[in-house]
Ligand binder design. Structure first.
Ligand SMILES: [Mg+2]
Length: 337
């Protein structure tokens, strides 16, 4: 039985016949790579992006393929909103550099994510950076992201101090789901109700429920592709019962349009999303990139330009690699779907 809400997996030949593989230089090295490779496919509903990180195996990456097929063959669900609030991001710079970082954002800033717990830095560096953001933007929402950089005692101590700056939430203070649950419980015992968000702990479809069941977080940071696309992500999110923030996997504007469509479909969207990442790439597949104005990202589809697809075309060897990758993931998807 299939319904409008279920993806009918198209024949492999149809998928491969439209395949374009691009390799786009990164402005800043990320996950050890200086080029972002991505496979783009076109179906009757539009373009989909298949760009799991290179080391991901079919058990994980086939969910990303399902997401790309949804975009290309099924299209996006009816949106509940037409623009998505984004957050600005302040990396682990010195407090004196915060103003310069924020000045790069056009228009008003409603929400800022501040990186904390950087190796080689101290809690007073973090406090000074967050204090500077609070001073410059007294009305903005501020959240901190530790990217798993603390152990349990450091997390509790740091968040106790950082809470004084009135934070929306703290993202992934420690590495594991159990650790997050402990940090959250210890803060609550001290009468601190700071919300905890899980990001790195949510990588696969089963993770949101694990986080919710362990009472490890109050907020989930999710990406559309690893959860198998928008409709699948919506089902998983609903089961978890937690509010969500949508982030990107460093895709081109095509993948970002799927992230925006997921954010547009959520029943509630209480926080700014992390979908402003096209600017980290030194190129895109469209002249009309999906970027924010005044902190708001439009919800729309993206059509790539042939000229840019050609300009950023990957080598023949890399195209073959991605073809084979799609074949393997397709087999995995068909068997497990
Ligand atoms: Mg994060």
């Amino acid at each position: 039985m299939t319904s409008a809400n279920e993806l009918v997996v198209p024949p492999l030949d149809d998928i491969l016949s439209t395949l374009r593989v691009v390799s786009i230089p990164m402005k800043v090295k990320f996950r050890g790579v200086t080029y972002r490779e991505s496979a783009l496919i076109k179906g009757p509903a539009g373009w989909g992006e298949f760009a799991p990180f290179l080391e991901y195996q079919p058990a994980e990456a086939s969910a990303w393929l399902k997401g790309a097929l949804e975009a290309a063959w099924q299209g996006f669900p009816e949106p509940k909103r037409h623009e998505i609030p984004l957050n600005a991001t302040v990396p682990a710079v010195g407090a004196h550099e915060v103003e310069r970082v924020l000045s790069r954002y056009e228009g008003s800033i409603r929400e800022v994510k501040v990186k904390v717990a950087e190796k080689g830095q101290t809690l007073s560096d973090d406090c000074a950076r967050v204090a500077k953001v609070r001073e410059l933007l007294p009305d903005a929402g501020i959240k901190v992201d530790a990217n798993m950089g603390w152990d349990l005692p450091q997390a509790v101590e740091s968040l106790t101090h950082l809470s004084e700056y009135d934070l929306l939430y703290a993202e992934q203070p420690v590495a594991t789901i159990e650790g997050l649950a402990q940090v959250r419980a210890e803060l609550r015992e001290k009468g601190n109700s700071l919300l905890i968000a899980a990001d790195e702990s949510v990588r696969k479809a089963e993770d949101p429920l694990k986080v919710a069941q362990a009472k490890a977080a109050d907020v989930l940071i999710i990406k559309a592709a690893p959860l198998g696309g928008i409709r699948s992500a919506l089902r998983i999110v609903e089961k978890s019962g937690l509010p969500c923030v949508i982030s990107s996997a460093l895709e081109t504007s095509i993948g970002i349009s799927a992230g925006a469509a997921l954010a547009a479909s959520l029943p509630e969207l209480p926080f700014g999303c992390g979908l402003g990442t096209v600017s980290l790439l030194d190129g895109d597949v469209t002249e009309n990139s999906l970027v924010a104005r005044d902190g708001m990202l439009p919800v729309r589809t993206v059509e790539p330009s042939q000229e840019l697809l050609t300009r950023f075309s990957a080598s023949d060897a890399r195209v073959r690699w991605w073809r084979e990758r799609i074949e393997h993931n397709y087999a995995h998807l068909v068997i497990n779907n």
